[in-house]
Ligand binder design. Structure first.
Ligand code: AMP
Length: 448
């Protein structure tokens, strides 16, 4: 099946063709015709399956007819994080080039004034995180009664982040006869309940994990005698392992800063992203990385989730993350879109327990890599899994807008807690998800 066969308008087809796509992915082929027929949808699909375009494309054609009204968005897309919201906005802008549609992005961490101004001018699509939307709604700055199309994206992450009550409230403010599309990587009972309550006779579509999660990411652990020796080992790897672009993850913001400084002093082309930086600075830094001004980005876990930077050849874990899920997300920044990638985790004695937890989650011992000598076979007969995706049965963690401190959160993976309590400078509960916005200085409002 081709895009030309699934009922999209010529204007939209030309935008899709310009992007270089002619064949819809499985979720697109199944969802687009039904969305165009105004059906409700439950899409069980992960990121990487092309699910964003599966709702963005038909929405553009649906919204092509109709009139904008002040304060009353015509459609609403709910995303769990700012970063995902910004990525969806990017896709809207991309595929909507041939349409006169207006979009507003309503996310925390950017000034509300411009967002309110955009709403007052009238928008066809509002892309929002639940917290900021509720905030504006409670201030009476937005009316949801004209919103005939709702997308709840990444519903299981929303659940993990405690957003379901907000979503229920939001759903109850929208017209009852609206069209609702719900996407989730998994369908735990609370999401099923949400769907039963707020969707009408939905079409259920389930697609397999994307091939990109099985791509070739070769992973190693690199023993280091003490944490003091990590910088030297890292520099050696950066110089000798054919590194084109690398993301280096640290557990603490201070480590990110200090490491970036030290690498710069050693002549590397480095930037940094962590939760202490203002949003515009993060955007600018990410842009420098994406456009090749710098080829190394030191980051905290705010950059571990969902960032779609093409061509990252290497991921280094300067520290082993305390939570094994974070390992999976960090490593998943390389090997995207079918490319190969290499991931190295430096293991000082204090990382030992954390790496054991990672190996427990990923299902095998990582191969040992000794600087100057190369890789050794893994000590256990079980081969390390390459690019293990988060477990289906366990909602993945996400930097969220308002999170409880980690100490107050239940353990979700059955692994032992870290010995040392995370210190104050850890990028925990950092309210700003890393931003992947379209342009530096973009203040949350965009016209298509
Ligand atoms: P998503 O699951 O929406 O995060 O999309 C994952 C990636 O697949 C993005 O980089 C998209 O640009 C890409 N993509 C979306 N639709 C298609 C398609 N029909 N063919 C090839 N790649 C696609």
């Amino acid at each position: 099946m081709k895009f030309a066969d699934i009922g999209l308008s010529d204007e939209l087809l030309s935008a899709v063709t310009a992007k270089g796509y002619d064949t819809p992915t499985a979720i697109q082929a199944q969802a687009i015709p039904s969305v165009l027929m105004m059906k409700d949808i439950i899409g069980v699909a992960q990121t990487g399956t092309g699910k964003t375009a599966s709702f963005v494309l038909p929405m553009i054609d649906i919204l092509a007819h109709g009139r904008r009204r002040a304060m009353m968005p015509r459609s609403l897309i709910l995303e769990p994080t700012r970063e995902l919201a910004a990525q969806v906005a990017d896709e809207f802008a991309l595929y909507g080039v041939n349409h006169d549609l207006k979009m507003a992005l309503l996310i925390g961490g950017v000034q509300m004034g411009d967002q309110v101004k955009a709403l007052n001018e009238g928008v066809d699509v509002l892309i929002a995180t639940p917290g900021r939307l509720m905030d504006l709604f409670e201030r009476g700055k937005i009316l949801l009664t004209g919103c005939d199309l709702l997308v709840i994206d990444e519903a299981d992450r929303m659940l993990d982040m405690g957003f379901i009550p907000d979503i229920e409230t939001i759903c109850s403010k929208l017209p009852a006869n609206r069209q609702t599309l719900l996407f989730s990587a998994t369908m735990p009972p609370p999401i099923k309940k949400l769907a039963d309550k707020f969707l009408t006779n939905p079409k259920y579509i389930e697609v397999a994990r994307p091939a990109s999660t099985n791509t070739q990411i070769v992973q190693f652990k690199v023993p280091v005698a003490s944490s003091r020796g990590k910088r030297e080992v890292l520099r050696e790897l950066l110089r000798t392992d054919d590194v084109k672009t690398a993301m280096i993850f640290c557990n603490r913001k201070t480590t990110v800063r200090d490491l970036a400084k030290s690498l710069k002093q050693n002549g590397f082309s480095v930037g940094e992203i962590h939760g202490d930086m203002e949003q515009p600075a993060r955007i600018a830094e990410l842009e420098r990385f994406k456009n090749g001004t710098i080829n190394i980005l030191c980051c905290s876990d705010v950059a571990a989730r969902g960032l779609d930077v093409k061509g990252v050849s290497h991921v280094f874990n300067f520290d082993t993350p305390w939570h094994p899920d974070d390992y999976v997300h960090r490593v998943g920044r390389t090997g995207r879109a079918g490319a190969t990638g290499r991931a190295f985790t430096l293991i000082a004695p204090e990382d030992q327990e954390a790496i054991e937890n990672v190996e427990k989650l990923t299902g095998g011992k990582l191969a040992v890599f000794e600087v100057g000598k190369g890789a050794k076979e893994p000590r256990e007969d079980k081969a390390p899994r390459e690019d293990k995706a988060p477990r289906e049965d366990k909602p993945a963690r996400e930097p969220r807008e308002e999170r409880a401190p980690r100490a107050e959160r239940p353990k979700r993976d059955g692994t032992k807690p870290p010995k040392a309590a995370p210190r104050r400078d850890v990028d925990e509960g950092d309210e700003a998800g890393a931003w992947n916005g379209p342009v530096p200085g973009f203040l949350g409002v965009s016209a298509l």
